[in-house]
Design a protein around this ligand. Structure first.
Ligand code: ADP
Ligand code: ZN
Length: 219
């Protein structure tokens, strides 16, 4: 059983590493960004509402986001825990999450904070492309093909990966999401990992930290 939050500034490698962490613990990765994009693709009323915020680089209102997430967490595949990517993004969301977990006598077990300077975050986002089918993210600095390596899907630039939206998202992160890290730090839940290195270097650091965490929790 592990309830894990992965957080960090845009471009920190959450998407790159979350699927492997999910495999390690046999739990699903849930990305609120993906949940919104699925709703947008299906043209649901929630999707339409979310899109009006997302395209401008703004956060979707807390209540809309929390309701959507809570519904997802009720699914059977979350029985043994979950990894949250992109949630909570405000302290209010964190408190609402803690409250609904508490109802089931659960809590957040671990917060992985992927640390990255703002300048590097921006640089990585500017080259970002996403697979239209499996949502895998690539960066133009090291991936040049037109199609996804995993599933062959077409790669595209998300509207919110365009420059004006990027500036806003970075500012949002500092103002609204960094306090979430402090909130969980007070509870002693945070492991911070420096993500400036290569994907492989970061993976090694990350796994070393997870090994330590696993030992602690099985003792
Ligand atoms: P990134 O993490 O790179 O910003 P995401 O795919 O996680 O990309 O999210 C895309 C957009 O969806 C965000 O910019 C925001 O508008 C919206 N969003 C995602 N998660 C949340 C959340 N927890 N609260 C509010 N808005 C969210
Ligand atoms: Zn793909």
């Amino acid at each position: 059983m592990a309830n894990i939050i992965i957080m960090g500034p845009q471009g920190c490698g959450k998407g790159t590493h979350s699927s492997k962490i999910a495999e390690r613990y046999g739990i699903p990765t849930i990305s609120t960004g993906d949940l919104f994009r699925d709703n947008i693709a299906l043209g649901t009323p929630l999707g339409l509402l979310a899109k009006s915020f997302i395209d401008k680089g703004e956060l979707v209102p807390d209540q809309v986001t929390v309701d959507l997430l809570n519904k997802r967490l009720e699914a059977k595949d979350c029985e043994n825990g979950f990894i949250l990517d992109g949630f909570p993004r405000t302290v209010n969301q964190a408190k609402l999450l803690d409250k609904s977990l508490k109802k089931n006598k659960e809590e957040v077990d671990l917060v992985l904070y992927f640390d990255l300077p703002k300048k590097e975050s921006k640089r990585r986002m500017l080259g970002r492309v996403t697979c239209v089918d499996c949502k895998q993210i690539y960066n133009r600095s090291n991936y040049f093909a037109d199609n996804c390596e995993k599933c062959g899907g077409k790669l595209f630039v998300r509207d919110d990966d365009k420059e004006e939206a990027i500036e806003k998202r970075l500012a949002n992160f500092e103002k609204q999401t960094l306090p979430v890290k402090y909130y969980y730090e007070e509870k002693g839940k945070v492991i911070s990992i420096d993500m400036m290195g290569s994907v492989e270097e970061n993976r090694v650091k990350l796994y070393a930290e997870l090994d330590i965490f696993d030992k602690k929790t099985t003792m």
